[in-house]
Every structure is written in structure tokens, then in C-alpha cells.
Design a protein around this ligand. Sequence first.
Ligand SMILES: Nc1ncnc2c1ncn2[C@@H]1O[C@H](COP(=O)(O)OP(=O)(O)OP(=O)(O)O)[C@@H](O)[C@H]1O
Ligand SMILES: [Mg+2]
Length: 309
Amino acid sequence: MALIQTVNLTKRYNEFLAVKDLNLEVEERDIFGFIGPNGAGKTTTIRILATLLNPSAGRAYVDGIDVAKYPYEVKKIIGFMPDSFGMYDGMRLREYLDFFGAAYKIPRKRRRAIIDDVLALTDLTGKADDFVNSFSRGMKQRCCLAKTLIHDPKVLLLDEPASGLDPRARIEFRELVKTLRDMGKTTLISSHILTEMGDMCNKIGIIEHGTLVAAGDFRKILSQLSQTQEIRLVVLDGADKAALVLEQTPGVENVDRSGNEFQFEVQLGHEDLAALHTGLFEAGVRVLFFGEDEGTLEDVFLQVTKGGL
Ligand SMILES: Nc1ncnc2c1ncn2[C@@H]1O[C@H](COP(=O)(O)OP(=O)(O)OP(=O)(O)O)[C@@H](O)[C@H]1O
Ligand SMILES: [Mg+2]
């Protein structure tokens, strides 16, 4: 049974249709990437799931519970991290977390240990006694995530949680989400950036103009959407030989060379790609890098979402 499910979920703001007949399914322990351009309807959907907004039509369920009918039941099992959040003046991090712990009615005796756990998990232990308002944006984002975890929710709804994080913090954040998955949590996480989701999400849904344009297993979607794969090849030496091998391989197209670096499109299966790699080796080319170009993901995104608000 899906932990998050929407059935023909629709949200209208006056005349404007922000979400149209959306059907989402997120299974237990999924890390589901909810991806779409600005104004696609991600926040609207997430806020409905978080019981903060009523749907105009259709239904949404978290762990089988109808969010519109039983918001208080749903609130207990979700951790919602909004895309923007305020902090409190004159509050230290530990007090801040204690405040939310109390709001979730966690007994005082247990709170201290839980707060220590959450601080450790979000790597904020050293900051426990600092004022939250003095934190940088990235640190505030981490505090907000810590707060989101305080009542040990089953389901995490994270609206662009990584947007203000530096590269290291993003990597750490991805690891944290995976750790939470290993702890049994189910996560829906929104982003504009498809590339960022690859290393973290097992499933994705791409939304545009309130409609789901693609959803399912991350790799499957990619292969469905992009018939061609963009490959980057960097050689230590033998670049001319490499150029010849590429030229002679059927299925290799649009070869773009700059010195020892090549970029080309292939319409090849894994077997053929492996054979191409062997062919380069046998021709005496010393390969430094042979792999899918990161840009492919962005191309897919641009291809699927037509743009325009
Ligand atoms: N309270 C509101 N009243 C009227 N229109 C709204 C309201 N909230 C959102 N919208 C509109 O609904 C659409 C979807 O907005 P939403 O915030 O869900 O998009 P999003 O995918 O989260 O975008 P972003 O990536 O910019 O965060 C947008 O066109 C937006 O202008
Ligand atoms: Mg949004």
C-alpha cells in the first residue's frame, strides 16, 4: 500500500488551476523526487499533503488516511519542511527544538535524548546553545530539518530543502535523506534540479502546469525520455585513434572533439557501449573517462517540460 497517494488531486486558486487531476503514488521507504519548474504546482501539492491547504477536488492520503478528513491524524505522522521559514528571535537551537518537541507533546523527560539524537543526525550538536537567528541560511535550513524530525515522523514532505545549501552541505543532505530511508522513513522531496535527484531518489515524478508528465523509476524514466545518450570520453593519449574508432562505430553520432575530449551521442545498449569501450582499449587508446554526460539529465528535463509560466 502506498504511503502517499493522491487521486485526481485538483487545486484551484479562484479560476486558476494550479494542480490538475494529479495521481501520485509513493511507496514505503521511497525517496520520491517531485521535480518541476517554477509554478508547476509542487508547493501546492505538498501543502495539501501537509494538511495546510484544502484540495478543490480529488483526494490525498498519507498512510491511508484522508488528509482533508483527518488532518490531525496526518499531522502526527508527517514531517513537513516548507520552502521558506521564519526563525524565532532570542531562541537558542536547543530551546527551539524543545519548543517543537513540546508542541508535539513529547514528554519532557524524553525530549532531551530525542533532541540530542536529532542534533547529531543533522550535524548541529556543536550549535545547540547558539541563537537560531544568528545562523546562516544553510544552517537555518538544517535547523528546520532537525525540527521536522523531532516527532519521528513516518513520512517526510520536504519542499526544496537543499536550495540554500553549499555543495558539501548538499552531499551531506543527500546522505542524511538516505540514512532516514534506512531508518524506515518515506520521503517526498521537491526540487527544480533533476541532476541532484539522481543520486538520492529511487523514483521521480515530473510535474508541469499542475500535471504529471512522467513518473516512476528514475532510470526507467530517463531511458524512456531520452532515446539518445550523451557520452563524454576523455583520453590520456591516442585521441586520433579514438576519433577513428568513434567514426567507425555504428550508432555513434554527432561527435564533438576538443583536444583529448570527446562528446557524442549514442543509440546503443549496454552491450554495445561496453564493446565500444573495449574497442578503444584495443586500438591502443588510454581512456581517462568514459561515461554518461551529466548534461543528459538536464536535457531530459528541458525536453519534458516545455517551459513558460
Ligand atoms: N495563494 C495563491 N493564490 C493564487 N495563485 C497561487 C497561490 N499559490 C500558488 N499560486 C499559483 O499556483 C501555481 C503553482 O504554484 P506552486 O507554488 O505550487 O508552484 P511550485 O511548483 O512550488 O513553484 P516553485 O518552483 O516556484 O516553488 C503558480 O502559478 C502560482 O502562481
Ligand atoms: Mg514551490
